[in-house]
Design a protein around this ligand. Structure first.
Ligand SMILES: [Zn+2]
Length: 257
């Protein structure tokens, strides 16, 4: 059985000093691929190093996260774009990018950076991984005007109308540990065809409900996520894992080893 973590932040400061432990945990838990998502130029650079250190296991999604738009240094946007272009052969996706309603005061700057990242994805011909807290309707409405290879809406929570539109547009959804306890996320999974679903941890985000209890988020949490999806879909865990592994290969154009 092959499991996948399609959204994690291995270069986050909270994971410093834990990478070897996380990689060992992934291997023990049959997690065959991890997509490490960048937040800014520094994490882009580190994520590229991780893909070189752990080939055929760690893959990079590079980009600028909406939370970092506010603290972008002079020239950092263009430097990041150039860096991503230079690393094209190691770029599996552009992510994590998007819009967040909590940063409404810098809405125009968020839009400018998001638009730049979407154009970069068009230019490189790679998929995008999207953060859309409180902005899903807006994002689902604006994406069709770009020529994007594939779209992944990460930690999709609401509204259901945007979910239906996203699936109609052939977008994929990732869900993580909250599928084991959150009614809203369980509803999303029930309404998403298994062919359009991927699994994630979004580590180092911590989960406080059982069985996670706030411990360091690890790739092996994917086992709990897949088991919860299997229960909701009334399928065998192996069947669900196999379909999600196949979705991963199709979505990212990566062959799992
Ligand atoms: Zn994330």
């Amino acid at each position: 059985m092959k499991l996948v973590d399609a959204h994690v932040h291995l270069s986050d400061a909270e994971y410093a000093g834990h990478i070897e432990e996380l990689i060992a945990d992934a291997k023990t838990a049959n997690v065959s691929a991890l997509i490490t998502n960048s937040m800014d130029l520094k994490t882009c650079q580190n994520d590229v190093k991780l893909t070189q250190q752990y080939p055929n296991l760690v893959y990079a999604a590079l980009g600028i996260h909406p939370w970092n738009v506010n603290v972008l240094k002079e020239g950092e946007l263009e430097k990041t774009v150039s860096f991503i272009k230079e690393q094209r052969s190691l770029v599996t996706a552009i992510g994590e990018i998007g819009l967040d309603y909590k940063y409404e005061t810098i809405w125009e700057k968020q839009m400018m950076v998001f638009d730049r990242m979407l154009h970069l994805a068009e230019e490189l011909g790679v998929p995008v991984i999207i953060h859309s807290r409180g902005t899903t309707d807006k994002i689902v409405e604006m994406l069709p005007s770009y020529r994007l290879k594939r779209v992944l809406l990460h930690w999709f929570s609401h509204p259901m109308s945007a979910l239906l539109k996203a699936i109609e547009n052939d977008y994929y959804i990732t869900e993580g540990p909250p599928v084991t306890y959150s009614k809203g996320i369980r509803d999303v999974v029930e309404n998403t065809p298994l062919t359009h679903l991927l699994t994630e941890t979004d580590g180092p985000v911590a989960y406080w409900k059982q069985p996670f209890n706030g411990q360091l988020t690890k790739p092996s949490f994917i086992q709990n996520v897949v088991a919860a999806i299997a229960e909701l879909k009334k399928m065998q865990i192996e069947e669900v894992a196999q379909q999600i592994a196949s979705n991963f290969e199709v979505f990212f154009g990566v062959k799992l080893t």
